[in-house]
Design a protein around this ligand. Structure first.
Ligand code: GLU
Length: 304
């Protein structure tokens, strides 16, 4: 295990760069540089139907505009499908994952039934014990195969978050989830877990909308033979004045739109950094060099 801190920004290139993601990138960059660590760029483009290379390129351009640079080459998850397939096959071979053949309509029906029983939405594990001949029958019917990861059914999943403190859930509330889609591509959880292990990521700083997914990623990491937990910091969302999640109906939400309106990069960096963090003496104009020397993720606000 490396001793040098390793951080990354891992955008999904499905649209323009949201100011929230720009701030997450900035915090990762500042903290990596503050710690004397490595900061990598990883494009999470395994969802081939929604990801676009032009969005990934624009994202990188916008970060450069902000003065954020990363170490090494850009990693595209779409170049690494072979590695994810190997991980999925090893989970299947060890009996830690299983094949499913439900159609979207059948999955929908499971949720209708669960709702009627006042259960939360989720998969009930019904394909955990399919026999080879049942699987063959589904294949012969032309059904697509998905692969689900078996989540533990009892106990508590827990991790310490630098901003939120201890975060825990009952394991039974996390149902078996898909790690390979019907088109053979890996899902976010799988690729994210495999890459954070492979890249030896030590610090995961990301938006708190991903906090629940951490329990799934941690279960996957253990199944993949890595029981070490990275340092986690889930940052509060950038909220609109009405305290709802900032979205297009509130006006400009992409960094591009601010650039196009004539905002200077230094002003954007200063503003985004101070939306959630401030230097100890409370001054409001801070250069990027000063931020690097003073930034501590533990001092990021709890509220959005
Ligand atoms: N790809 C995820 C997103 O854009 C981020 C995943 C992560 O940082 O772990 O929301």
């Amino acid at each position: 295990m490396t001793t040098q801190p390793r951080l990354r920004i891992a955008p999904s290139p499905t649209g323009q760069l949201h100011v929230g993601t720009a701030r997450t990138a900035l915090y990762n960059f500042l903290y990596a540089r503050h710690l004397g660590g490595r900061f990598s760029m990883r494009i999470e483009d395994t969802d081939v139907s929604r990801s676009k290379r032009e969005h990934a390129d624009a994202f990188c351009e916008m970060l450069k505009w902000m003065g954020i640079d990363w170490d090494g080459d850009i990693i595209y998850q779409s170049d690494r499908f072979e590695m994810y397939r190997t991980a999925i096959n090893s989970l299947l071979d060890q009996g830690l994952a299983y094949e499913c053949y439900e159609t979207p309509e059948e999955l929908e029906q499971i949720n209708v039934e669960r709702k009627a029983q006042k259960l939360p939405p989720g998969y009930d594990g019904r394909a955990r014990n399919l026999t080879e001949s049942q699987k063959q029958k589904f294949k012969d019917e032309g059904r697509a195969r998905t692969v689900r990861f078996i989540t533990p059914d009892s106990g508590t999943s827990e991790f310490v978050d630098a901003i939120r403190g201890t975060v825990s859930v009952q394991r039974e509330s996390v149902s078996d989830f898909v790690i390979e889609r019907g088109d053979g591509t890996p899902t976010f959880f799988l690729a994210n877990a495999v890459d954070d292990i492979d890249m030896e990521i030590t610090h995961v700083v990301r938006g708190e909308d991903l906090i629940d997914s951490t329990h799934r990623v941690l279960a996957l990491r253990r199944a993949l033979g890595n029981s070490e937990q990275p340092f986690y910091a889930h940052t509060p969302m950038i909220l609109a004045p009405d305290r709802s999640k900032l979205s297009k109906r509130h006006g400009a939400v992409s960094l591009e739109s601010y650039k196009d309106s004539g905002y200077l990069p230094e002003a954007m960096v200063n503003y985004l950094a101070l939306l959630g963090w401030s230097p100890s003496d409370g001054r409001e104009i801070v250069t990027i060099e000063e931020m690097i020397s003073e930034f501590d993720i533990h001092n990021v606000n709890h509220s959005g």
